[in-house]
Write a protein of this length. Structure first.
Length: 308
């Protein structure tokens, strides 16, 4: 849990520093934006995992939402079929977020390649990449919203509304704000510089919001999270902890578990909701988290409820 909280907190100084450097060195703006994109993908993934940790783990999350049975899509999508809450729902939400985690850095690297060969500003590249970004962003944010709505009763005591709203606002500011600035008549030609300046200023406000959303008292013994004290020998050095927080090993493992059916144990659920009408997230699919952790703990998970 500590790893994911640290990743989210580091977003603020990282965004501020990268935006400030971009103002000072405009020629490095795209390179720095790529670094920001990669870290943003890591932070969004960490927020989803943090929700699971707050709920008590995958098993507790699954049992908690299964008691609810089903839920409706939020407005304005309330006309869509009812979502059946279960293993399939959790997995599909996680998969959509992981698609964002995969696409975001790859698209950033592709932009660097296009810049190198002189096609970055070409409309034949900008239009497709903008559409791709919008689809992936929107699907990931909507999946996080559905995940939060399904688990909000399990998150009482952890300031879930604050945390969810702040992370979504921060993600929106780094992308949708860029689109708005680029369309503003006064910013034509230097939209990136204006966006970097706005981000530098916004990080001050987000710092105050983070102070409220992630109070240290939650992680002290007896706090809402209830983390017991740990001996110094078990805590490791600052460098080792920072390396663990900034590493991508857990992300790669999660991607393999959630997109490899035999590893996730999802084969047991095929035919019990795969492709069912209500298994969809607006055409993408809402499903369960990688269930390997659940199955390894010896729990019998019924996947039928996920796609009934």
């Amino acid at each position: 849990m500590q790893r994911h909280v640290i990743r989210l907190i580091i977003m603020l100084p990282l965004y501020a520093v990268l935006s400030w450097i971009s103002l000072a060195a405009p020629s490095a703006q795209l390179w720095l934006a790529t670094v920001r994109d990669v870290y943003e993908a890591l932070a969004v993934y960490s927020f989803l995992v943090l929700i699971v940790e707050y709920c008590g783990g995958e098993v507790a999350t699954l049992h908690g939402i299964e008691e609810q049975g089903s839920m409706h899509h939020p407005w304005p999508f309330s006309c869509l079929p009812v979502i059946h809450l279960g293993a399939i729902f959790l997995r599909r939400c996680r998969q959509v977020v992981l698609v964002f985690v995969i696409v975001k850095p790859l698209a950033g690297l592709l932009s660097l390649v296009m810049l190198g060969i002189g096609y970055y500003d070409s409309p034949y590249y900008q239009w497709p990449i903008t559409v791709l970004y919008n689809v992936v962003y929107t699907a990931a944010l909507y999946s996080l919203l559905l995940y939060y709505l399904a688990t909000k009763e399990l998150l009482r005591g952890f300031s879930p509304v604050y945390k969810f709203a702040i992370i979504k606002l921060l993600v929106i500011c780094t992308y949708y704000q860029t689109l708005l600035v680029q369309t503003a008549p006064a910013s034509i030609g230097d939209a990136e510089q204006w966006n970097n300046f706005i981000l530098c200023v916004e990080m001050l406000g987000f710092a105050a919001l983070y102070w409220q959303a992630f109070p240290s008292a939650e992680y002290e013994p007896g706090g809402a999270v209830g983390v017991p004290s740990v001996a110094k020998a078990q805590r490791g050095t600052v460098v080792s902890r920072a390396s663990e927080a900034l590493g991508f090993g857990d992300v790669f493992t999660d991607i393999a578990d959630n997109f490899h059916s035999t590893r996730s144990g999802y084969m047991a659920g095929r035919g019990h909701g795969e492709g069912a009408p209500n298994a969809g997230l607006v055409g993408i699919g809402v499903g369960s988290t990688g269930m390997s952790g659940v199955l390894q703990q010896g729990h019998s998970v019924s996947l039928e409820e996920g796609g009934a």
